[in-house]
Ligand binder design. Structure first.
Ligand code: PLP
Length: 435
């Protein structure tokens, strides 16, 4: 096997003289001997490389810009510390994510709070700890916020639904924009919200937001969204006399999950949004807003892998061979949730030629707990260390204790050293909150 060239594995991935997969200068087979499996393994250098690449790509395309990391992809204290060091802001969607940022002393002014149904407690908490920006999703939320903000003004952005689906384009003029998120364009709710903002001294209107979807491989959808949002900037400025200081166009850049995936680069994404915004603002003589992008998956997805141990192997002649591992849908629900596809390697047999196609099954009591339907691997044996790549995003953050299985350990590697970022859960953790 070879390390794929499309950055499917972390940037530091190598095959060492023993034929083992090495990440961050650490032999993953040795790591497994020390910590057991499953392990979520992150390469700190890849995380930092992706953050720097995103920041510089956007700055190059449009100097007046900011990058926020979408915490929902993977948020622990270590990540917020790296973000602060690298100069990224943070997009959060819950009181829990705000709490993590707060616990690690993340600069709260660089936090943007999203969500279509923020609770009153969450909004109060956000205001209390000084979250810098609230991305208001709907009229009810705006009214709630108005009732809570009475002493210090709060920065708000309005989330709009531009009607761009990453696969189809539903023209907003049809009015058929079906999303639980955001204000519909030209809607009565939006008009009422604008009137409220203009009369409430404590609502400091900062700008607009949209997010069209995730794992997007065609930048034309980002361009379409940017074009629609540019029209909105003109409307807000000229018709409503509200200056749009910030335009947040969300995240969604796709990543490689398979060896032949060829996603666009941050540079391509940045150019696709910067061009229409720049053109429209220059043409209309409007102040150019700060453009914000919110990548989640792109920053952490390929920086992470999951290591499992191969357990039972069951062959059904003429049908398939099941290779079961000691994890599955509880640590990676994406294949079950939306048929996400992944790639597997054998960390202890990286130099062995591919010899068979097998189905990687999880250990959980669901027939659908299949991690990979067809994995092409060297001959697999009990005790082999199976790696699934690109599990850095939406795996740990979506994990559960299904079947009362403790969550895996999270380890970071860098410059030949490992560091435990989150300890492996123990059985006692499963009853900790039970009375
Ligand atoms: C508002 C918002 N911003 C950013 C993201 C991050 O998307 P991705 O991880 O695909 O970059 C999401 C993902 O759902 C989102 O809802």
């Amino acid at each position: 096997m070879e390390i794929p060239k499309n950055r499917l594995l972390p940037d530091t991935a190598e095959i060492n003289s023993l034929g083992h997969l090495e990440i961050g200068g650490v032999d993953t087979v040795e790591l497994v001997k020390k910590y057991g499996t499953p392990i979520y393994l992150y390469d700190e250098m890849t995380l930092r490389n992706r953050m720097r690449e995103f920041l510089s790509s956007l700055k190059e395309a449009y100097p007046k810009s900011k990058v926020l990391y979408a915490g929902k992809a993977f948020l622990i204290k270590k990540i917020t510390r790296i973000l602060a060091e690298e100069g990224l802001g943070l997009d959060v969607v819950s009181g829990g994510e705000i709490f993590i940022a707060k616990e690690s002393n993340f600069p709260m002014e660089n936090v943007y709070f999203h969500g279509n149904n923020k609770t009153i407690e969450e909004l109060k908490f956000a205001l209390e700890v000084g979250v810098g920006n609230i991305v208001v999703d709907n009229l009810d939320e705006l009214r709630l916020l108005t009732s809570l903000v009475k002493r210090r003004p709060v920065n708000i952005l309005l989330r709009l639904t531009p009607g761009v689906d990453p696969h189809t384009h539903s023209y907003i003029s049809t009015g058929k924009v079906d999303s639980k998120f955001g204000f519909q364009l030209n809607s009565k709710d939006l008009k009422t919200a604008i009137e409220l903002i203009k009369t409430d001294a404590f609502l400091n209107f900062k700008g607009l937001h949209c997010h069209i979807g995730s794992q997007i491989f065609d930048t034309k959808f980002f361009r379409m969204a940017a074009e629609i949002m540019a029209e909105q900037i003109v409307i807000f400025t000229k018709e409503w006399d509200l200056s749009v200081e910030e335009l947040d166009l969300g995240g969604g850049l796709g990543i490689a999950y398979k060896p032949d995936d060829d996603p666009p680069t941050p540079k391509e994404m940045a150019v696709s949004v910067a061009d229409p915004i720049g053109e429209v603002c220059s043409r209309e003589g409007i102040k150019h807003p700060t453009i914000i992008l919110e990548p989640g998956r792109y920053i952490v997805g390929n920086a992470g892998i999951t290591l499992y141990t191969v357990g039972t192997i069951k062959e059904i002649p003429g049908i398939r061979k099941y290779v079961s591992v000691d994890g599955g849908m509880a640590d990676n629900p994406r294949p079950m949730l939306y048929q996400a596809e992944y790639t597997a390697f054998l960390a202890n047999k990286m130099n062995k030629p591919k010899a068979e196609t097998v189905t990687i099954a999880g250990r959980f009591c669901e027939s659908g707990d299949i991690l990979i339907d067809k994995a092409s691997l060297p001959k697999v044996e009990n005790g082999d260390i199976l790696v699934i790549s690109a599990t850095g995003a939406y795996n740990y953050s979506m994990s559960s204790n299904y079947n009362m299985c403790p969550r895996p350990i999270v380890i970071g590697v860098n410059n030949g050293k490992e560091e435990v970022w989150v300890e492996r859960e123990k059985y006692i953790d499963l009853v900790r909150l039970q009375r």
